[in-house]
Design a binder for this molecule. Structure first.
Ligand SMILES: [Zn+2]
Length: 491
């Protein structure tokens, strides 16, 4: 066996990562800067990069390289983790026949188009056929990857390896009971919107630039711009970008979007690059990624202390405007009774996710049919949130995930909230004066704890193990419930 087989393996992963970065850059540009008439050419460019990535990541050469490095004596811990990660990704990719992969890609593209039309029309029936196709294909893919496991477990592994239906049922069951109780208690105390007035978009963006720099986002290796939908994008190890969306009459929602995406970007910026190749120097899971965004968006970014820190900055960018931190806090802890997930408060949000998990699971276990979704959605929405969607656009058509064929994704959002709550509890233990530090804008020690315990670990450990190392044997459900109880009912 050639001694340089590890180098060859690392180079292959580096080039795959480079292709993914180029794809990311094309997508970033498309959503941020691309002229509106250039979509056709861009689609061809993105398709080519996607195809090259698929070919390289499923090549027999890569398979042979993975097995060759796995057989090397004395692999370091990092190298072993890199091999484990690549083996899983490779196995999942090659078990899906390429004709099935291309049927999935086509169904996803036409699913998104059909969903867009159906949503505009508020008519679920116009989407149900595409949903059925996406569902059938997802089942076919799950069976191709592993016919012996629950198909939903197989799909969960796309996002959160190590988490199973059994885990989610257990966690979500307890969580739902607790959330319902807190929600009932909190519903009585509604604040009004603090900012029903105009805040110029360009000044909001300038404020956001100051905020992310102060927190620790490296703007020499990243950038913040505006797009229709907020997202973050890893172009390379030294280039992680943020796109936000601001609203002229809602200062807080734009700020929340920027804080959320900044949390994702801080994670990516904190992952080191090294000899193990990016198979280990990568985020560990979607849920863990989401924990980083939620921690900054909610636990820190919606706190009284944060708003107190923000007050003089708002005054600088918007002279003469009132920004009363207490009033802003009350406004940002308002419990909503709407049926749209992305507008939901922190308590209801998780109930939305549990609703989607229940529906997805029922579909995959064939306990309900695609036709029954709107009725079942309305029933669960009434039971969980006390509201029935006014129409299909407010119900089963509100999210694009199923249209693109992403089943098993929704739980990651609540897993992120659960992990973030435990990380926040640990931060409170590390810094008994945490509130004071936030109020002073002393964010570096907070970022450092996240760097040490999460970011710098990359994908050395699977998420459950990484979490145990980072927060000990904490009960994530209890941590989230006690955080929400304190924020929504005690203050
Ligand atoms: Zn996110």
């Amino acid at each position: 066996m050639p001694a340089d087989v590890w180098d060859e393996f690392s180079q292959e992963i580096f080039e795959l990562d480079t292709l993914a970065g180029i794809g990311g850059l094309l997508g970033w540009d498309q959503q941020v800067f691309m002229p509106s008439g250039s979509a056709g050419g861009r689609a061809q460019q993105s398709e080519l990069i996607g195809r090259l990535y698929h070919e390289r990541s499923t090549s027999t050469r890569l398979g042979a390289l993975i097995e060759a490095v796995a057989a090397l004596p004395k692999l370091t811990l990092e190298q072993q983790a890199g091999v484990r990660n690549m083996r899983r990704l490779y196995a999942r990719a090659v078990r899906v026949p390429s004709e099935l992969a291309s049927r999935i890609a086509n169904a996803s593209a036409s699913g998104v188009a059909a969903w867009g039309e159906a949503k505009k029309d508020k008519n679920y029936r116009r989407f149900s056929e595409s949903l059925q196709t996406n569902l059938d294909l997802a089942l076919e893919r799950a069976t191709a990857i592993d016919p012996n496991r629950h198909p939903y477990d197989v799909l969960l592994e796309d996002y959160d390896p190590g988490t199973t239906v059994k885990d989610l049922r257990l966690m979500f069951g307890t969580l739902q009971k607790g959330l319902t109780l807190i929600r009932q208690q909190a519903l009585g105390r509604q604040g009004s919107c603090a900012f029903d007035e105009k805040f110029e978009i360009s000044k909001q963006l300038a404020l956001h630039q100051d905020v992310i720099r102060a927190v620790g986002y490296d703007t020499t290796q990243g950038a913040l711009h505006e797009a229709e939908h907020p997202f973050s994008c890893r172009v390379g190890s030294s280039d992680v970008r943020i796109a936000t969306h601001v609203h002229e009459r809602d200062l807080l929602s734009g700020l929340a979007a920027t804080m959320h995406e900044m949390g994702h970007a801080l994670y990516e910026q904190g992952i080191p690059q090294g000899q193990g190749g990016s198979a280990v120097f990568a985020a560990t899971s979607t849920g863990m990624h989401e924990s980083q965004s939620r921690l900054w968006e909610n636990m820190i970014g919606r706190s009284r202390a944060f708003y107190r820190w923000l007050q003089p900055m708002v005054a600088r960018h918007f002279p003469g405007r009132t920004f009363d931190p207490e009033r802003v806090f009350q406004s940002s802890t308002r419990v909503t009774s709407g049926s749209i997930r992305v507008f939901a408060d922190e308590i209801s949000y998780n109930l939305h996710i549990i609703l989607r998990f229940e529906l997805e699971l029922a579909l995959f276990e064939k306990r309900i049919t695609v036709e029954e979704i709107p009725a079942e959605w309305a029933r669960l929405s009434e039971a969980f949130l006390g509201v029935r969607p006014g129409d299909d656009a407010e119900g089963a058509l509100q999210d694009a995930h199923w249209a693109g064929g992403a089943f098993g994704y929704f739980p990651s959002y609540t897993l992120g909230n659960l992990y973030a709550a435990s990380l926040f509890a640990v931060l409170c233990e590390c810094f008994p004066d945490l509130e004071h530090r936030i109020e002073q804008g002393d964010f570096a020690p907070i970022v450092n704890v996240l760097r040490e315990r999460i970011h710098r670990q990359g994908h050395l450990y699977e998420t459950p193990d990484l979490l145990r190392k980072a927060v000990g044997d904490r009960d994530h459900v209890a941590d989230l419930l006690s955080y929400l109880r304190e924020r929504y009912t005690d203050s």
